[in-house]
Design a binder for this molecule. Sequence first.
Ligand code: RB5
Length: 142
Amino acid sequence: MIAIGCDHGGYALKQEVMKHLAERGLEYKDFGTYSEDSCDYPVYGKAVAHAVADGDCDRGILICGTGIGISITANKVPGIRAALCGDCFSAEATRLHNDANILAMGARVVGAGLALKIVDTFLDTPFSGDERHVRRINMIEG
Ligand code: RB5
């Protein structure tokens, strides 16, 4: 189960991402926001981060205007490694190296076409499991 959330700046792109997930047959839970009315990104960043940290969802996707505020918020929650990605190389690398459990994107930064490729790369790339990466991940919260 994928947790997904956004603020007003990410609402339109989130609709595209959810349609794409459904077309791929992937289950998701939408934590809001549910319109383009102005709202506060930490509300949605925290909701998705806690769903992932608590094990209710396997991965998360967060979208705001830049992806910055919502990723900063998510990374405050213990156990969360949220990666702000604007390209597929970073999305692949953060799965291989950081075992990132949340993908953050900026809807005012990336277009929908690129965003969907970033989503696919993030979801389809496994963690490498290499000892050096495990060690470094453990050092983040240790
Ligand atoms: C909202 O205008 C904007 O500040 C927000 O979407 C995000 O970019 C914050 O980091």
